[in-house]
Write a new protein. Structure first.
Length: 242
């Protein structure tokens, strides 16, 4: 809605995401790495590979708003690199102020720490916490807004109770109260109505659940776009293709 409202006035909005899959849901479909030319190999002093007065720099300069979806997936170094880049490419602009984050551009960060945090290979819990963007020097400039209205509750009344129960369970898991704590780890019990019983026909039951009335929808592309089964191992993939 923010993007549409600002673009309707003829202004530029840059929509980016931290992952390729998430970016597919955005207008223009760009990852933050592509838009800001962020290196995959990054450290605390890294900047972006954008030259002053380039077409790329001019586009960013004209942007009124930057919306960064799933921003909490990246490390704080990826968060800080665009800030240094903007200070560099805009340092000769009329209203330049090096003390302002992102050169005073409005940046909307989307994400939830209950979901995916940065992946630190062989890193400890402390390493992961230290790498997140709320450990960045820029975080003090951020104002946190919490979304409290669950749009899934707008579904039909027949599904409302199930959605409410699932949402409550999911929030409890995210808040760390969904299971028994054991030396920093939690054992989480998944409700029976979310599980498919382990039996000889369990995979067939899963297919029937995800793809109901499959034969009747074989030619409907939208039917297949709206659902998928994620397979964690090649063994499961092979079984699904049988």
């Amino acid at each position: 809605m923010l993007s549409t409202a600002i673009r309707s006035k003829g202004d530029i909005v840059l929509n980016v995401a931290s992952s390729g899959i998430t970016s597919l849901l955005l207008p223009n479909r760009r990852t933050v790495y592509s838009r800001f030319k962020i290196s995959i190999s990054i450290n605390e002093s890294s900047t972006c590979n954008i030259k002053q007065n380039s077409a790329h720099a001019k586009l960013i300069n004209k942007a009124k708003l930057i919306i960064w979806d799933e921003s909490l997936m990246v490390t704080k170094f990826c968060f800080e690199a665009p800030d240094r880049c903007l200070k560099d490419i805009l340092r000769y602009s009329e209203n330049y102020n090096s003390s302002l984050p992102f050169e005073e551009k409005v940046v909307v960060l989307g994400g939830d720490f209950k979901q995916i945090v940065p992946v630190i290979p062989k890193g400890s819990r402390q390493d992961i916490v230290h790498a997140t963007i709320n450990s960045s020097y820029l975080w003090s400039y951020c104002k946190v807004f919490k979304l409290t209205k669950n749009l899934r509750f707008s579904v039909g009344s027949t599904e409302l109770t199930h959605v409410e129960e699932f949402s409550k369970w999911l929030l409890n898991v995210g808040d760390g109260i969904g299971g028994d704590s054991n030396e920093g780890e939690s054992q989480i019990e998944i409700p029976d109505d979310m599980l498919i019983s382990n039996s000889e026909y369990s995979f067939d039951e899963l297919v029937d659940f995800v793809y109901p009335h499959l034969l009747a929808n074989m030619t409907d592309l939208d039917y297949f776009k709206e659902r998928t089964i994620l397979c964690p191992t090649f063994e499961v993939v092979d079984r699904g293709e049988e």
